[in-house]
Design a protein around this ligand. Structure first.
Ligand code: FAD
Length: 392
């Protein structure tokens, strides 16, 4: 490990690896550090991604794709089912990944592009001089090092400290966090061609339960509920109750717990000499909690903007505003719209959710675009159209 790089990226999740690759491809010297000893492990993810968006960043590889689904089946509280084709089912339906291998493949691509990678290396603080971030303090194999650089990219996930250390408010209230738990299960017997979603305040208050196929009769069965709504039962208890009811004979092979930021976009994701990306920048989708694709999109933009800034010798927050503008005008719009929709949907009673599902009976979702779907929903539910009027 050298003591000077153009860029230090903290965190080797999808955001960090793509940022490192994007900057290294431009010829910058890049260090990517990861506190865990194995990139991608443990997994805190249902591992679903849209095919179209994924292909923008990496060629699909059967080594890290567990399932290639046709669509999703969404169940309302009374059991009414809506089936949607993969193309209209949203950003988390398409491939189900093996993230332990996928995250490693992304890191490998950054190494191929020229980035240096150190695992078991934790950022413990920032070097800040004259109000500029000038590097990272790290703990590597029991020893502290100061690594100086022109720009730090903070890709340290939901538990991010990098932003806070640089004076950026990344704090999350309980209502801004989706609390999640997931079992990797064998023997559910689900149709491996579909992702399943179960809605309703009984099963998952202000959230949902998902079942994502992982091939060979394996599936990720998980739940996400809003932090502010958990209380009566723990998130694990909700999941255990669901599993006991639906899959009494299935077996749990792995338990994962974690949180997803669902706050919507935060005010600032840059400082002098610093860019935040992915969950660290709170860029996951407020409705679905999906964040892999947004993390990759933001990582790519961050690497490119860092290159532009370093090329002209200006890493000030004013110059890095190029990143703010780019991500806010692309993924930021979707994130903000999603937040509006989320805030309407979490107020729905089970009766209203059933009403929505019933209003869509008879539609052929295999041929509908998302816009057609929304139009059908609004046509049948004038109140929904009124609640979401700010989107139009
Ligand atoms: P992360 O993937 O969290 O990576 C951050 C990395 O930084 C970690 O490897 C961490 O170890 C490292 N790190 C942290 N602090 C330091 C430090 N101080 N020094 C060095 N390294 C550090 N998204 C989807 O798109 N589809 C899904 O199906 C989906 N399901 C989910 C299910 C669950 C249960 C949860 C919790 C999340 C889910 N998400 C899903 C969200 C998705 O996992 C995240 O949005 C995505 O991983 C964000 O990528 P990231 O690179 O920003 O952060």
């Amino acid at each position: 490990m050298k003591d000077y790089y153009d860029i230090v990226v903290v965190g080797a999740g999808p955001a960090g690896s793509v940022a490192a690759k994007s900057a290294a491809k431009k010829g910058l010297s890049v260090l990517l550090i990861e506190k865990r000893q194995e990139i991608g492990d443990p997994v805190r993810c249902a591992e679903g991604v849209s095919k179209v968006w994924l292909r923008k960043h990496i060629n699909p590889d059967s080594r890290w794709i567990c399932a290639d689904v046709k669509g999703s089946r969404i169940f309302s509280p009374d059991g009414s089912m809506i089936e949607m084709a993969e193309e209209v089912a949203g950003g988390e339906v398409g491939y189900v990944l093996e993230r332990k291998l996928f995250d490693r493949a992304l890191a490998y691509e950054s190494a191929e592009a020229g980035a240096e990678i150190f695992v078991k290396t934790r950022a413990t603080g920032l070097i800040i001089e004259d109000d500029f971030v000038r590097g990272v303090k790290v703990m590597h194999q029991g020893e502290e090092h100061d690594i100086r650089c022109k720009i730090v990219i903070g890709a340290d996930g939901i538990e991010s400290k990098i932003g806070r250390w640089a004076g950026i408010d990344t704090s999350l209230k309980p209502a801004d966090i989706e609390t999640c738990a997931q079992f990797l299960m064998s023997g559910t017997g689900i149709d491996q061609d579909y992702c399943y979603f179960y809605l309703g305040n009984e099963v998952a208050p202000a959230g949902y339960i998902w079942i994502f196929p992982k091939g060979k009769d394996l599936a990720n069965v998980g739940i996400g509920i809003l932090g502010s709504k958990s209380g009566e039962k723990t998130v694990i208890q909700y999941l255990e109750d669901f599993v006991a009811d639906k899959f009494p004979d299935a077996r749990i092979l792995e338990i994962d717990v974690g949180g997803v930021p669902v706050s919507g976009s935060i005010e600032r994701t840059t400082a002098n000499g610093l860019i935040l990306v992915g969950d660290a920048a709170r860029q996951s989708d407020p409705i679905t909690g999906g964040g892999i694709i947004n993390a990759m999109e933001a990582g790519k933009l961050a690497g490119e903007v860092a290159y532009n800034a370093i090329s002209v010798g200006d890493v000030s927050v004013a110059k890095l505003n190029e990143y703010e503008k780019k991500w806010r005008s692309t993924i930021g719009i979707e994130i903000d719209n999603s937040l509006i929709v989320k805030n309407v949907f979490i107020k729905f009673t089970d009766k209203e959710l059933n009403g929505l599902a019933h209003s869509l009976k008879g539609f052929n979702f295999s041929t509908m675009s998302l816009i057609d779907l929304l139009y059908a929903l609004f046509k049948a539910n004038r109140k929904l159209l009124w609640d979401l009027r700010v989107l139009f």
